[in-house]
Design a protein around this ligand. Structure first.
Ligand SMILES: Nc1ncnc2c1ncn2[C@@H]1O[C@H](COP(=O)(O)OP(=O)(O)OP(=O)(O)O)[C@@H](O)[C@H]1O
Length: 463
């Protein structure tokens, strides 16, 4: 059966174009032109992937994302963002979006992102014999021992690694605090692998993806017939993690009610599956992560103070990528290597200009953003060296954008799937913003002046 994709954008020709493009590649595609229509379709069936514009006429992509995550937790949502909306996109990732792609949309990039999203969706629904869940991962590989873990040598990294080494062998609960994409999950897994529990289960639970009414059953399990839909006995995350480590990702997203249940389980080290009268002893180590300001949530009465202290026996801050100094290029080279392997390419290195951009950019999406940008750049690189022309415009400073020699060639490619309506609007908005100074407008848009003139002619934009 072909994978189902819902494309949501108020730009009808663009939606149709994307539908045809994806349809030709074997996907079964539906279109919606506003949020209401989209919700009606989602109420009828859960899609594998939803591709939605960030701005919709009757709502925005972020609100819709929340709706989808509630209605269909395993659907992977990819946002399509216009110029300079990276902050919104990063926020969306915190709320559970799989990824974002910048408009103009590049055909290879969108296909690559869809494939990655489908892989993630499949990984989420992998089931083991007596334990199944849509919101967990069990892991056996070692990120800290093998080639796939960059330790870094900057001062912040040295301190981070020291903390991991110190706390790992203990049984202390660890709370990892850090922005989205800083590597919190990697840190959690590394603590597990360096602990005495390393040969026991490691269960990662995405707390943000658990629907409120199913939370008790997800954490503590249920017995057959205990509620409508409980057709078999189910082992909860706590029991599955028995003897090992449970990683509670996005712990700040748990409802107050679930927080109470969780605290009880952690204090008493016993769980009772829904519908059962028998308590099960559990021996687990808890690692939690959040990108929220939990002390503030405590102050505002949204997060229980006793649970906060229970989780925060040892706090670790995951550093922002921009603060990791000399590690930045180490990470970049690591992602170059992994991208080459995944895409079966042999791109050798970054140009020195690209390295300079990497070192000066502020990386709001941290390691995840870097990984995505490098993968996209490797995909678009035809030679041996990643040049600045293949970098997305949001990471280039305006000054650099105008010095790009071959920008037009890349633009022409990027524009294949870029709707004329959006493009015309983007150009008009940019011109207005800079009081109709064409040089500045070209900078804002990330295109050269010649391209801007051509496009103004095409859309009859007169000043
Ligand atoms: N030390 C590391 N070495 C190599 N890759 C890493 C490292 N840390 C993180 N990554 C990679 O960076 C990406 C983001 O990491 P991760 O998912 O752990 O971040 P996160 O902080 O948990 O994100 P979120 O808050 O969005 O859940 C992942 O693809 C991960 O594989």
């Amino acid at each position: 059966m072909s994978q189902k994709i819902l494309v949501i954008d108020d730009d009808v020709p663009f939606c149709e174009m994307l539908k045809t493009f994806l349809g030709k590649r074997g996907y079964s595609v539906a279109n919606a032109f506003n949020s209401q229509e989209a919700q009606q379709l989602i109420d009828k069936e859960c899609f594998d992937i939803v591709l939605t514009d960030v701005r919709l006429p009757d709502s925005d992509g972020i609100e819709l994302l929340k709706y989808i995550k509630k209605a269909c937790p395993t659907t992977q949502v990819i946002l399509m963002t216009g110029y300079t909306e990276i902050k919104t996109a990063v926020n969306a990732m915190k709320l559970g979006a799989f990824d974002y792609v910048a408009k103009p949309i590049n055909p290879d990039e969108i296909i690559m992102t869809i494939n990655q999203a489908l892989e993630k969706r499949e990984a989420k629904t992998v089931q083991s014999s007596n334990y199944s869940s849509s919101n967990t991962q069990t892991k056996s590989s070692s990120p800290s021992d093998g080639d796939d873990y960059v330790k870094g040598s900057s001062n912040v990294s040295k301190q981070l690694n020291e903390y991991i080494e110190l706390v790992a062998p203990t049984n202390m609960s660890v709370l990892i605090i850090g922005d989205s994409g800083t590597g919190k999950e990697h840190i959690a897994h590394s603590i597990h692998l360096n602990s005495k529990r390393k040969d026991k289960p490691y269960i990662a639970v995405d707390c943000g993806a658990i629907p409120k009414d199913l939370a008790s059953s997800e954490f503590f399990g249920h017995i057959k017939g205990s509620f409508t839909g409980a057709v078999t006995d189910k082992v909860g995350h706590f029991e599955a993690a028995n003897g090992g480590t449970i990683f509670l990702d996005e712990v700040g997203n748990l409802s107050y009610e679930v927080q109470v249940q969780l605290l009880r389980a952690l204090q008493e080290r016993k769980v009772k599956p829904v519908g059962s009268s028998i308590e099960i002893d559990v021996d687990i180590r808890v690692i939690a992560a959040t990108n929220e300001d939990l002390p503030k949530a405590v102050q505002e009465g949204e997060f229980r103070e006793d649970l906060y202290h229970r989780l925060n026996e040892f706090g670790i801050v995951a550093p922002k990528l921009a603060d990791r100094g000399e590690d930045i290029l180490m990470f970049a080279n690591y992602f170059l290597k992994t991208s080459n392997t995944e895409l079966e390419k042999q791109v050798g290195k970054f140009s020195s200009e690209v390295e300079r951009v990497f070192l000066t950019y502020d990386w709001p999406g941290n390691l995840r953003e870097m990984k995505n940008i490098i993968k996209r750049s490797v995909l678009l690189t035809r030679g041996d060296v990643v040049e600045v022309q293949v970098l997305p415009q949001e990471i280039l400073s305006p000054r650099m954008q105008t010095t790009l020699k071959d920008r037009t060639v890349v633009d022409e490619e990027d524009l294949k799937l870029f709707s004329s309506k959006n493009e015309e609007q983007a150009i008009r908005t940019a011109l207005e913003k800079v009081k109709f100074n064409k040089t500045k407008a070209a900078q804002v848009l990330g295109i050269d002046r010649k391209t801007l003139y051509n496009k103004m002619k095409l859309y009859n934009i007169e000043l």
